[in-house]
Design a protein around this ligand. Structure first.
Ligand code: ZN
Length: 92
């Protein structure tokens, strides 16, 4: 005879696997990580971080991953960092 109410063990809140809030970044954090991305940017000529002198340094990677997980990836992509120079076209 089973008297154990197994259903009672199901905690309606404990079983929820909603971890959506985990990657929520505050505006301050987003700004901070973006600053890290800028500070630890990869120098195209060297192919490495300008601060750590290693390609894709941990600081940069962590900031990028965090921003990416939060859906806050900035415009700077890891591979194609090209300063856009608008060229005025002269047809005359
Ligand atoms: Zn670095």
């Amino acid at each position: 005879m089973r008297s154990l109410p197994e259903l009672a063990n199901l905690d309606p809140f404990g079983e929820q696997a909603m971890t959506s809030g985990e990657h929520d970044l505050s505006d301050d954090l987003v700004a901070y990580y973006r600053q890290v991305l800028i500070t630890h940017t990869t120098k195209p000529e060297v192919g490495a971080c300008v601060v750590c002198s290693i390609p894709r340094c941990p600081d940069w990677l962590h900031a990028f991953d965090t921003l990416a997980a939060a859906g806050q990836v900035m415009t700077a992509s890891p591979t194609a960092w090209e300063p856009f120079r608008p060229r005025p076209r002269r047809k005359r």
